[in-house]
Design a protein around this ligand. Structure first.
Ligand code: CO8
Length: 257
């Protein structure tokens, strides 16, 4: 399938989606939404792909929703079209997703990065929710996922002031998993993705479902879900292979069975 606003390529188990609107700092318009979510779903269904990476360019991961596309919309239009609810499709992708962020990740760009399972940031990355400067507020998860990620104080600070934070502060706050030098961002992300691609897909999807359950359930329900998912792993060949390989001091060869 060919796309106009993103690049999609896969190799060695890693499906990479690159937002490609450099002239607009990768602003997220409806076409990016449609293409990125469709491409991510296609990777999710592709047995050759085991991990998905979403990235931008060195200047911008994405500088937000496309302000020019939104500017003249009416309440009725955005309400009836349920604007941006379509991004939820990305959160239903079952395979692990890593966001590799360099440059600006603002507004919807920060919110998109937070829809990934974790973020690896270049030391040049800048995160923010500057919607307040446009007379609006976050609309793709900035008030919810950001608050869960970094707590009320920091989320309020970012959403109310619109200030940007750098990669170090983002890592300190728990928004970002790792910070790497900008020129190593893609190599480091690929290395992380390649490592995950070697694991049993049954286990990586189980981890993703269990960690995400922590955001949706009580602690006792989450712990029960985790335990049951752990128990289910004992019905897999990959559990036998992984534990035997440990005893036999060799690399495990997982077969997703
Ligand atoms: N939308 C559209 N175009 C953009 C955007 C954007 N978000 N960001 C940058 N661009 C365009 C600029 O208009 C410019 O285009 P042109 O050359 O044609 O004038 C080009 O990209 C380069 O941008 P700048 O010249 O501004 O580059 P600078 O390096 O000077 O500045 C900044 C970089 C600081 C990132 C600046 O571009 C900026 O402030 N951008 C806007 C950031 C922003 O406010 N983002 C939030 C957008 S709102 C949002 O995401 C809401 C999401 C949820 C909505 C839910 C609705 C229901």
């Amino acid at each position: 399938m060919s796309y106009e606003t993103i690049l999609a390529e896969s190799s060695e188990g890693i499906g990479t989606l690159t937002i490609n609107r450099p002239g607009a700092l990768n602003a997220l318009n409806s076409q990016v939404l449609a293409e990125l979510t469709s491409a991510a779903e296609a990777f999710d269904a592709d047995p050759e792909v085991r991990v998905i990476v979403i990235t931008g360019n060195e200047k911008a991961f994405a500088a937000g929703a496309d302000i020019k596309e939104m500017a003249e919309k009416s309440y009725a239009e955005v309400y009836l079209a349920d604007w941006f609810a379509g991004w939820d499709r990305l959160t239903r992708v079952r395979k692990p997703i890593i966001a590799a962020v360099a440059g600006y990740a603002l507004g919807g760009g920060c919110e998109l990065a937070m829809m990934a399972d974790f973020i690896i940031a270049a030391d040049t990355a800048k995160f923010g929710q500057p919607e307040i400067n446009l007379g609006v507020m976050p609309g793709m998860g900035g008030s919810q996922r950001l608050t869960r990620a970094i707590g009320k104080a920091k989320a309020m600070d970012l959403c109310l002031t619109g200030r940007f934070i750098g990669a170090e502060e983002a890592e300190r706050s728990g928004l970002v998993a790792r910070v790497v030098p900008a020129d190593e961002l893609l190599a480091e992300t690929r290395k992380a993705a390649a490592g995950i691609a070697q694991k049993s897909l049954l286990a990586t999807i189980g981890v993703k479902e269990a960690v995400n359950a922590a955001f949706e359930t009580t602690l006792s329900q989450g712990l029960l879900f985790e335990r049951r998912t752990f128990h289910a792993a004992f019905g897999t060949q990959d559990q036998k292979e992984g534990m035997r390989a440990f005893s036999e001091k060799r690399e495990a060869k997982f077969t997703d069975s």
